[in-house]
Design a protein around this ligand. Structure first.
Ligand code: ZN
Length: 210
């Protein structure tokens, strides 16, 4: 594991095993840490069902996320998202509250309900729910792009697309992934590309090499 990380120029201080098998069969790996020193965390479930090469491949995927600054980009994007949502809530609320022709929100005695009233909280959360539903395809589109980048890094670094493909097949088995999701479901809800698309990425890499 250390070799994989060091090959990528990541200094690993500690490697931890998480006893996930006590709770579920779900597999995962990630690493944390600011600065040059990182800690790798690997679910024991991943170690049980995958060969050491496949585990190393999964770690390479996580390194791919880190190398491409996905964590930082995610923080910036969610910050931008929060600003946008705040604006949307404020705008929708104001439009509904004050613009002529829109329904006015008021208490039963007729006093206008302003956005700063605690009683407007359910309304604010309703507006948030509606708009986050419509924003989720954008969020997931970005997430899927990041996953493809990390997968490409994983295959490129290991140089063994077949190990990548094996680990994808294992991932699908361990997490009981649905193999043929409807494209619309993927478009709207999926944070990762469908597993068969990810396998195809490995196969295409094989073809390009030949
Ligand atoms: Zn990923």
């Amino acid at each position: 594991m250390r070799e994989v990380a060091e090959k990528a120029g990541v200094k690993v201080s500690k490697i931890f095993q998480i006893n996930e098998s006590k709770y579920s069969k779900h597999t995962n790996a990630f690493f944390t840490g600011f600065g040059p020193e990182k800690s790798i965390y690997i679910f024991d479930t991943l170690i049980k069902t995958n060969t050491p090469e496949q585990v190393a491949s999964v770690v390479a995927h996580e390194i791919g996320h880190w190398k491409n600054n996905h964590v930082l980009k995610n923080i910036l994007l969610s910050f931008a998202g929060s600003v946008l949502m705040t604006w949307i809530v404020y705008f929708t609320y104001s439009a509904c509250g004050y613009a002529p022709g829109y329904p006015h929100f008021s208490f039963f005695d007729g006093t206008a309900l302003t956005i700063s009233d605690i009683a407007s909280l359910p309304l604010i959360s309703a507006i948030l729910t509606v708009f986050s539903f419509w924003l989720s395809p954008i969020e997931n589109f970005v997430s899927r792009k990041f996953e493809v980048t990390a997968d490409t890094y994983e295959i490129g670094m290991g140089g063994h697309p077949e190990i990548y493909i094996q680990s994808m097949v294992q991932l699908a088995k361990d997490n009981r992934s649905f193999l043929f999701p409807h494209p619309l479901v993927t478009f709207w809800y999926a944070s990762h590309p469908p597993i068969l698309e990810r396998v195809k990425l490995g196969e295409n890499f094989n073809k390009e090499k030949k």
